[in-house]
Each structure stands twice: as structure tokens, then as C-alpha cells.
Design a protein around this ligand. Structure first.
Ligand SMILES: [Zn+2]
Length: 333
């Protein structure tokens, strides 16, 4: 896997940008090309020697993989498979590369997976909570009550679950909602022995993440080709103070502490215009992890909230690396 990633990282950033339809300026400064950053000053810098980019306005950037992932809203691994495919194509022919459309474009001709709440609901019903999963979360300070309120399930044997889904819906429907990979023998994107976390919006399940309790290389998994969402975003309408955390576990931890929280699920998660609008009447408490990724998250979210006119406070986790560490520590005291 790593050699494919390295190969992709060496594709010149100008070439990647070209393929994405966002050509980069050769001059010293340019405006940030990321879709949700309305950059008024030229904040974007490109280091062509190191093949890296960085926006001083929104704090995002990195390798060409990060770049393409932010532009398209797709996960790093999707971007890598797309780009490595283009490398192979360009070796055999000099034709135009297939272009993946930026996430903000409403309709695309490319096969893009979309959420299917009916299938998702059935899938969730095939994965009821199990003691192993509940115990895992209890050990991390998340009570059964909180687990239940988030409808957290458990995938015991993913092959069994897949068989039942296939017999009801068939392969094509499962591919098109991101539950199985398109180019392999049918395989559920979520591994066995995983917690199943539904993302509910407007009362419907529109996304899933799984958290393996045994497989350390596929720890967190998401749907294939479906845009990543913010976790627990329905909670925003109910509260005056909203805590902005990193990921599912910290969101559950905040809830356990009696706070109303939403969770960002990686650098490419974007706030919808509606969500930003509804946040304007609230105060946001941003809780970055105490590490490098946390710093990047803080820069990104504070820049976004400043532009969107949202009141915010950055709050440090008082103890440990993240909110969950803190919760566990607090409960042990
Ligand atoms: Zn930017």
C-alpha cells in the first residue's frame, strides 16, 4: 500500500490540479482553491520542489493526496486509487485523464455513491449491539445509555451480514450506496468485530463509520465513495452551546459529560451552508486534540468560523491527549 501512496505523492501538484480542473498559478501567491474557502487575499503557497501546498488562511494543505482530497471531498484512499489509475492510463496512452468532479458540483457523470437510508436502516437492524462492543465502549467511559442514544451496533461477522443484504438488495444497490467495493468480489467495507456507528440526519441514517475492536490496520472505516459527514449534526438545533470535537469517540465522550457535541471525521469533512447558518445563533466551543492534527483542526475550523461569523472559543482538553482520555481519567478519579 505504501509504495502506491508514495508513487501518487510524486505526481507533480500542477498535474493533479490540472486533472481536477483547478489550475494553479505560477506566480508567487494565489487565492486558496479549496471550495469552501472564499479567500480574499492570496493565501495559498506551493512548494514545487517538495510537491506540497499550504493555505495560510484556512490552515489546510499537504501532499497532492491531501490537496485532491480537500478539493473533491473524497477520502485519501479514494483519491489514491483514482490517481494511481491515472498514472497507469497515462503510461499506456497520452489521452485526457478522467476528471473527478469537485464535491461541490451538484451532479456529476462519474459514478458517485449516495446514501440509501432504507438500506442503511436495514443494515443497522442486522447489527444489534453486542456485549463485546458495549464492553469496549464502557472501558472508554461511554455508558450504555449514551451508546443506546446513538444507536451504536456491532458487526459480528461481516460475511453473514453481507449475505443477508445481498439476498435482499443485490450487488448493484449495495455498491451504489457505498456498502461494498465495486471492483472486487462482494465484500462489506466494514470488517468483522466492529462497532457500527450510524450518522443520523433528520431522523434518517445517512452515513456509517465502523470502529474495529480487533483489527488495528482498519481501525476506523467509512462508506466507499459516499461523502463524509459531520457526526451528530442534528444536535445543533437543540442547544445554545455546541462543542466541536474530533471524531466519534470524542463526541460520545462530550455527550457523556452532558455537553452537546458534533464530531468532525477527518480533514476533508466540510460544514454544509445550512449547518454554518444555524451555528450563527450559538456559541461554538472548539476542542482540538492535544497533538499536531489537533493544531491543524483548530486552524481550519477557527478560520472557517471567522469567515462564517460564528462565535467561538477554543478550549484545551485539561488532561490527556483528547476528550476521551480526559473522560476516562475523570471517571477513574
Ligand atoms: Zn484556504
Amino acid at each position: 500500500m505504501s509504495s502506491r501512496w508514495d508513487e501518487v505523492k510524486r505526481i507533480p501538484i500542477d498535474e493533479v490540479a490540472q486533472r481536477l480542473g483547478v489550475p494553479l498559478s505560477r506566480r508567487a501567491g494565489m487565492r486558496c482553491p479549496f471550495p469552501d474557502h472564499k479567500d480574499k487575499n492570496p493565501s495559498f503557497s506551493i512548494d514545487r520542489k517538495k510537491n506540497l501546498c499550504f493555505c495560510h488562511g484556512c490552515g489546510r494543505g499537504g501532499s497532492v493526496i491531501d490537496f485532491a482530497s480537500i478539493i473533491t471531498g473524497k477520502s485519501s484512499s479514494e483519491v489514491v486509487s483514482w490517481l494511481s489509475q491515472s498514472i497507469r492510463q497515462s503510461k499506456t496512452s497520452s489521452h485526457q485523464y478522467s476528471r473527478i468532479a469537485p464535491a461541490e458540483e451538484p451532479e456529476t457523470e462519474d459514478a458517485q455513491c449516495v446514501a440509501n437510508p432504507a438500506i442503511f436502516d436495514h443494515f443497522a437492524s442486522l447489527c444489534p449491539p453486542a456485549e463485546r462492543g458495549q464492553q469496549y465502549l464502557l472501558n472508554r467511559g461511554i455508558s450504555e445509555h449514551t451508546q443506546k442514544s446513538f444507536r451504536i451496533g456491532f458487526i459480528g461477522n461481516s460475511d453473514d451480514v453481507l449475505k443477508r443484504l445481498l439476498s435482499k438488495y443485490g450487488t448493484a444497490a449495495l455498491v451504489s450506496c457505498g456498502l461494498i467495493f465495486p471492483d472486487k468480489a462482494p465484500e462489506l467495507v466494514f470488517p468483522s468485530r466492529s462497532l457500527l456507528v450510524p450518522f443520523v440526519t433528520g431522523g434518517e441514517i445517512v452515513y456509517f463509520q465502523s470502529r474495529s475492536i480487533s483489527n488495528s490496520t482498519r481501525r476506523w472505516m467509512g462508506l466507499n465513495g459516499v461523502r463524509k459527514l459531520i457526526f451528530n449534526q442534528d444536535a445543533v438545533s437543540q442547544a445554545k452551546n455546541i462543542y466541536i470535537c474530533e471524531g466519534v469517540t470524542d463526541t460520545l465522550s462530550a455527550t457523556e459529560m452532558g455537553l452537546t457535541a458534533i464530531g468532525l471525521t477527518g480533514a476533508s469533512t466540510t460544514f454544509s451552508t445550512n449547518l454554518l447558518r444555524s451555528m450563527r445563533s450559538k456559541t461554538a466551543y472548539i476542542i482540538p486534540d492535544n497533538d499536531e492534527a489537533g493544531k491543524a483542526m483548530e486552524a481550519r475550523v477557527t478560520a472557517l468560523f471567522r469567515r462564517a461569523g460564528i462565535q467561538f472559543v477554543v478550549q484545551r482538553v485539561p488532561h490527556g491527549k483528547d476528550l476521551n482520555d480526559y473522560l476516562v481519567w475523570r471517571k477513574q478519579k
